[in-house]
Design a protein around this ligand. Sequence first.
Ligand code: CMP
Length: 140
Amino acid sequence: AIERTLSIIKPDAVAKNVIGQIYARFEAAGLKVVASKMAHLSQREAEAFYAVHKERPFFKDLVGFMISGPVMIQALEGENAILKNRELMGATDPKKADPGTIRADFADSIDANAVHGSDAADTACVEVGFFFPGMNVFSR
Ligand code: CMP
């Protein structure tokens, strides 16, 4: 089925100037950027976006990292987009990511891991809505 998923290029990858290289991978895989914006998240926004992780030991470091610089946020659309984007990203920990994945090629650590992607249909819906509440989505 055609799906939408939320993708974030994190501060480490923005700082490395590889937004275009990452977009090229989305496009080569048949995923279309249907909404996008660059933003420097506030602490409140980052905490709200990652609220599902708020009891996890890594929450504070995760939020601190995500507000350390600008991020590039996009909604991706395509056949099986949620799983396809996760395959392109590779494992959360770049040390475990398969060769040729975005994290294997661009990420340095489990926090500075280059990209975020929604993990399932329900979270994709919530996450796309969080950053693009019904506006500026251009399909087809
Ligand atoms: P992301 O897909 O953005 O979702 C939550 C983030 O928490 C994850 O990528 C990692 O960057 C970060 N994180 C740090 N430590 C862990 C961990 N032990 N397990 C999962 N995610 C972690």
